[in-house]
Design a protein around this ligand. Sequence first.
Ligand SMILES: [Zn+2]
Length: 348
Amino acid sequence: MNTFAEVQKLYREYYSFAIKNNLLEIPDCIEYREFGYGYLKKVDNRNLSFKNEREYKSWILKNAPMHLYKSLAYMRYPSNVGGASNKGIFRRELAFDIDVHKTGKCNHEDDWICKYCLEEAKNQAIYLIEEFLIPDFGLNEDDLKIVFSGNRGYHIYIKPKNKDILEIIENYSKEDRRFLMDYILGKNLNLHNIGSGWRRRLIKEFKKNNIGTRQFEKEKNWKKIIEKRKNKEKIYNIIDKSKNKIELDEKVMEDDIRLLRVINSLHGYTGFIVKPLNNLNELKKFNPLKDAIFKYFEEIEYRVDIFDDRKFEIQIGGKKYHHKSRKVSGSALLYLFGHNIKFTISCR
Ligand SMILES: [Zn+2]
C-alpha cells in the first residue's frame, strides 16, 4: 500500500468528520484571514485566502492538509505576498503559545513526546493562567480560549467576553503585545520598585525555599533588602528561575503576520487533534495521549513492517508501540509517519 496516500486518506476522513460535526474552527471574518498549510514540512505554503466558509471547507476536504494554520491578524489583502506591509493588517487576535522542551525525566529523542513533557506543558499553561492572566491581567476564565497545540504545548487566546475590551486588545500595537510578553517573562521586573503581581509570585517562591519574607512584604525596594542578605545569591537565583518558568514562543505574541494552527485541525507531526478545552478544570484533567486522538482512528488497524534503525516507544490511546510493533492503530500510524519512521503497510 502507498503510505502517503493512506495517511492522506485518514486526514481526509478526519476533516470530513470535523466539518460535518461543525468542530473545525471557522476563523471570524474568514475573508480577512490568511491561511497556510503543509504536508511533509510544517508550512509549504501560505498567502492562501477564502471568500467564505463554503470555499474554505471544500478546499480542506479536497486537499486534506497535514498542517493547517490561520493568521492571527485580520488583513485587507490576505493573499498578498511580501510581509505585513503589503497585507493591510487592521486587527489581530492575541494568543500565547507555550511550547516546551523535553524534561529531565524524558527518555526519548528531542522531537518525541511522553507523559512527562506533556505534563510539563500542561503545568506551564495552568501556571500562565492562574498566576498571570487571571490575577494580574484581571481576566476571567471565560475570557480565555485554551487549546492543546497538538504536540508539546498549548495556545491560550485572550478573548474577553466584554466586546469593548476585546476591541481594545485586538487593536494593540506590536509594542503593546511585546509589553505583555515582557511582563510575563519578568523582563521589565524592577527590583527597586516591585509591582504587586510579581511581589505575590516571588513571596510564594521564597516561602517554598524557606526564605524569610517579612521585610519583602512591607518594602517596595527589594534591591535594598536583598543586597543586605547573606543568602543574596540564592535569592537572585530563585527570582531568575521564576522569570523562566514558562517556555513561550515570543513570536506568536509579537509577529504581525504570525500563523497559528486552526483549532480542531490535526497536527501533522503527531496526528493529534489541536483540541480546545472548555475550561481550566477540563485542562487539568486533560491527557493528550488519550483525549487528543480521533477515536475512530483507534478502531482502524494496520499491519506494518517497521524498518527504521531508531529504537522508540510511545503510548497512544492506552496502547504501547515500539520499533518491533507489527500492528498499529490509525492514530499510531499518523504519529509514526509524522516522525519520519520508515515503515511499509501490508494491509488495513
Ligand atoms: Zn517527554
